[in-house]
Design a protein around this ligand. Structure first.
Ligand code: PLP
Length: 384
């Protein structure tokens, strides 16, 4: 009897999403490094043709990610930014894009680039304001793009509501699900057209692969992206695909552990006298706490905090950390800390950062899977 994968929980899917056609009984997906594939007759490849257009290890990753997000189609890219670039490349010149106001700095940079080179028109909005969102649609609107929770101020946007409004105008909704992963929320099941990931983060989870993906049920978008994937050529190596598949196996465990620890640290930080404000959707005073509880299985493992006194205390805190590594990126087994204004979000102009609450005193933490007591001891000594 064939296995009914549709009935599996995500924990089971994560472990068994690879190795679709076990090779000699192998229980993990083989790495196929070949860049080209022999053809029995000219122009008639058996299944794969050339490594940029398709590769068996990459296909295994694409299918694994698609099954986790509940998608029919998946495409893997060389980075999350490459995934974003490919989505933007599907837009015609002068298309209008509605974008969440708080996005990863590199996404902001790519959109600005597309504004100049593709003449895209971009409206940035706090998408919690549904009336402003409705009013932003124009006849030329082709894409709604947002992250939730957002990076780095951890606002939560209502995927179901935003997708329903966009559907009235026949506009695609793309959700960058990097911070939540399919373990916490599955945007396609809430009405989004596509999900983007920086698989560099939680999906791979071990700080040793840069990668990205787009997952969708929209066959037209898939065909467009399949074309740009091959034409632009920003594809991941088979070895990176293998490592990412390996990371996926423990994704549910890592996410659960990191989220549980983040919930504890968030509460402890909020009570600390040196901390002015904690941005964490798991705290009851977070403005989107109720939505996060409804939309997400757990509130995530990213915490941003505002230290009393601004830049200097923030810098001192980051430099005193011993267990948290001061580094860009997030979502790995090891805990990381960073300063968005000078690191991940430096490409956003200061005035825009200030408007968004990305102040010079803001610090972002990515909570890993270490023992909670050791992480708290590190935060406490750095705050002292
Ligand atoms: N989306 C989010 C939410 C991110 O945080 C990042 C990177 O930090 C990206 C996309 C870009 O991903 P990559 O660094 O893999 O290009």
């Amino acid at each position: 009897m064939p296995i009914d994968r549709d009935s599996w929980d995500l924990e089971t899917l994560a472990v068994h999403a690879d190795c679709r056609e076990p090779f000699l009984g192998a229980v993990t997906e083989p790495i196929v490094l070949s860049t080209t594939f022999g053809q029995p007759e000219p122009g008639r490849p058996i299944r794969f043709e050339y490594g940029r257009s398709g590769n068996p290890t990459r296909e295994a990753l694409e299918q694994a990610l698609a099954s986790l997000e509940g998608a029919n189609f998946g495409l893997a890219f060389a980075s999350g930014s490459a995934a974003t670039l490919n989505v933007l490349a599907t837009l015609q010149p002068e298309a209008h894009v509605i974008c969440g106001d708080d996005v990863y700095g590199g996404t902001f940079r790519l959109l600005e680039h597309a504004r100049k080179t593709q003449r895209l028109e971009i409206t940035r909005l706090d998408l919690r304001d549904i009336r402003a969102f409705e009013n932003a649609f124009r006849p030329s609107t082709r894409l709604v793009w947002f992250e939730t929770p957002t990076n780095p101020t951890l606002k939560v946007f209502d995927i179901t509501l935003l997708s329903a409004v966009a559907a009235k105008y026949g506009v695609r909704v793309v959700v960058d699900n990097t911070f939540a992963t399919p373990i916490l929320q599955r945007p396609l099941s809430l009405g989004a057209t596509a999900v983007v990931h920086s698989t560099t983060k939680y999906i791979n989870g071990h700080s040793d692969v840069v990668g990205g993906a787009v997952l969708t049920n929209d066959s037209t978008l898939y065909e467009q992206l399949k074309w740009t994937q091959n034409a632009l050529g920003a594809v991941p190596s088979p070895f990176d695909c293998y490592l990412t598949l390996r990371g996926i196996k423990t994704l549910p465990l890592r996410i659960r552990r990191s989220c549980e620890t983040a919930a504890q640290l968030g509460t402890q930080l909020a009570a600390h006298p040196s901390v002015e404000h904690v941005f964490y959707p798991g705290l009851p005073d977070h403005p989107d706490h109720e939505l996060a509880a409804r939309q997400m299985n757990m509130p995530g493992a990213m915490i941003s905090l505002q230290l009393r006194g601004g830049l200097e205390p923030a810098r001192n805190f980051l430099m005193k950390l011993r267990l948290f590594t001061l580094a860009e990126s997030l979502g790995a087994v090891e805990s990381l800390a960073e300063h968005p204004a000078s690191m991940t979000h430096a490409s956003i102009p200061k005035a825009e950062r200030d408007r968004l609450g990305i102040s010079d005193g803001l610090v972002r933490l990515s909570v890993g899977i270490e023992a909670p007591k050791d992480l708290w001891a590190d935060l406490e000594q750095a705050l002292a």
